[in-house]
Design a protein around this ligand. Structure first.
Ligand code: UGA
Length: 441
């Protein structure tokens, strides 16, 4: 069985590498020649724990290769995965031109019957569209089937998730397609759920929208906790013990970011709107998230109303730990606002600083360590809960001009910060450690 993967972004590359790791013969195709040249040498274009190691291993075993030549990659393939980007249009809908391009490449290059598997996150009905493009343009009598096989990997743990996922969803409309794709995925040893194509497409959006809803819900509860003097960590723990609710994605903070939740929630609002349905709940989720990303600045301004000439350290720039991705990260909005208010911003992130230099306001300065970033600063803002930040020796904050820490990710216990004489503001927790604090879930 020969597999081709079109697109080597985060989804395509992890998919291709994981499929080669379970023994398949995989070629990954990307138009970017420079990127292909690096990947051929086992160099991963993204920071993803464990990815480079698996690339090197499977290239050496001759199960994994990379090319920028579509014909070379596609002509002998039995199964072709489409894993190109579906960025956001100005109105929030998914931009499908890369998907259309991939379908046209398939028409031009295939020489055998194939199954086309869509991994990209695409609106309900897109697989029908792909099938339509291919069937209307194909001049030979080759048989092409389409399958929806959405991905549920999290950045930062994508390799682990590939082998320990909760489910693999296969949406198809023929026994043959179900059987082939099920067989390919069997070595992952992850439960397989088979369904129709449109439902598979919807499962992806509905799952991301539901998780985003959990986050916005807990963030609103945390804001109310602050007003009432309750502690969000205790509330989340107590709620999560109910198995119907579940303990995951109940961590309050400064909102969700990344390449998926912000884009997919807006796209689902559009998808619903296209069939004249107003998804009111999801609109609320998006609005709450927008507000929540600015919360840390409001908390800072409560302590320091005038930021002109103040040195503010920003710790953590990636949208979450274990990734160098800054897409839709709160750090973009926060650093812009600090600079707008006249602050001098010094930032530190264990992994994402190279990317940050291309994304954040050019006035942001970068430090080589937490200690260097906070030295002589008037306040430190924590935006990402990296282990390095959570495990820092608290005495380091004594290097600040005034030890004021505003923590958007609840990295520390209030009582520990109090013991170290640090003025500490966090999310959904009392300012002083009057209550019993439980270990966060
Ligand atoms: C998300 C989904 O979790 C994956 O299942 C999905 O495959 C992926 O999108 C995708 O569609 O490609 P990802 O964006 O990598 O994965 O990151 P998450 O771990 O879900 O975190 C998203 C954001 O939510 C981060 O900013 C994180 O800090 C925030 N978050 C997460 C919270 O604020 N609280 C939580 O309890 C959990």
């Amino acid at each position: 069985m020969k597999i081709a993967v079109i697109g080597t972004g985060y989804v395509g590359l992890v998919t291709g590498v994981s499929l080669s790791e379970i023994g398949h013969d995989v070629v990954c195709i990307d138009v970017n020649k420079e990127k292909v040249a690096k990947m051929q040498k086992g160099i991963s274009p993204i920071y993803e724990p464990g990815l480079s190691e698996l690339m090197t291993k499977n290239i050496a075993a001759q199960r994994l290769s990379f090319t920028s030549d579509h014909r070379k990659g596609l002509q002998q393939a039995d199964v072709i995965y489409i894993a190109v980007g579906t960025p956001e249009n100005a109105d929030g809908s998914a931009e499908l031109s890369f998907v259309v391009q991939a379908a046209e490449n398939i028409v031009d290059c295939i020489e055998k019957d194939v199954i086309v598997v869509t991994k990209s996150t695409v609106p309900v009905g897109t697989n029908d569209m792909i099938k339509g493009i291919i069937q209307s343009q194909l001049t030979s009598d080759l048989k092409v089937e389409v399958v929806s096989n959405p991905e549920f990997l999290k950045e930062g743990s994508a390799i682990h998730d590939s082998f320990h996922g909760d489910r693999i969803v296969i949406g198809a409309d023929s026994e043959h397609a179900f059987n082939v794709i099920e067989k390919i995925n069997q070595p992952f040893n992850v439960p397989i759920f088979k369904t129709d194509i449109k439902s598979a497409e919807m499962i992806k959006y509905a799952s991301n929208a539901f998780l985003a809803t959990k986050i916005s819900f807990i963030n609103e509860i945390s804001n109310i906790c602050e007003l009432l003097g309750a502690n969000i960590e205790n509330v989340s723990t107590g709620m999560g013990l109910d198995q119907r609710i579940g303990s995951q994605f109940l961590k309050a903070g400064i909102g969700y970011g990344g390449s998926c939740f912000p884009k997919d929630t807006k796209a689902l609002i559009q998808i619903a709107g296209n069939v004249a349905y107003e998804f009111e709940l999801l609109k609320g989720v998006v609005n709450v998230n927008k507000k929540q990303q600015g919360l840390i600045i409001r908390k800072l301004n409560d302590c320091l109303p005038n930021l002109t000439g103040k040195k503010i350290a920003v710790l953590g720039l990636a949208f979450k730990p274990n990734t160098d991705d800054l897409r839709e990260s709160a750090s973009i909005l926060v650093t812009d606002e600090l600079i707008k208010q006249g602050a001098e911003v010094v930032a530190y992130d264990p992994i994402a600083m190279d990317n940050a230099k291309n994304v954040l306001n050019s006035s942001v300065r970068y430090a080589d360590s937490i200690a260097e970033a906070i030295e002589n600063s008037d306040a430190a803002l924590i935006l990402t809960d990296w282990d390095e930040i959570k495990n820092v020796e608290l005495s380091v904050f004594n290097k600040m001009k005034t030890p004021l820490v505003i923590d958007g990710r609840n990295c520390f216990l209030v009582k520990d910060m109090e013991t170290h004489g640090i003025e500490y503001r966090s999310i959904g927790r009392p300012v002083a450690a009057k209550q019993i604090e439980v270990t966060p879930i």
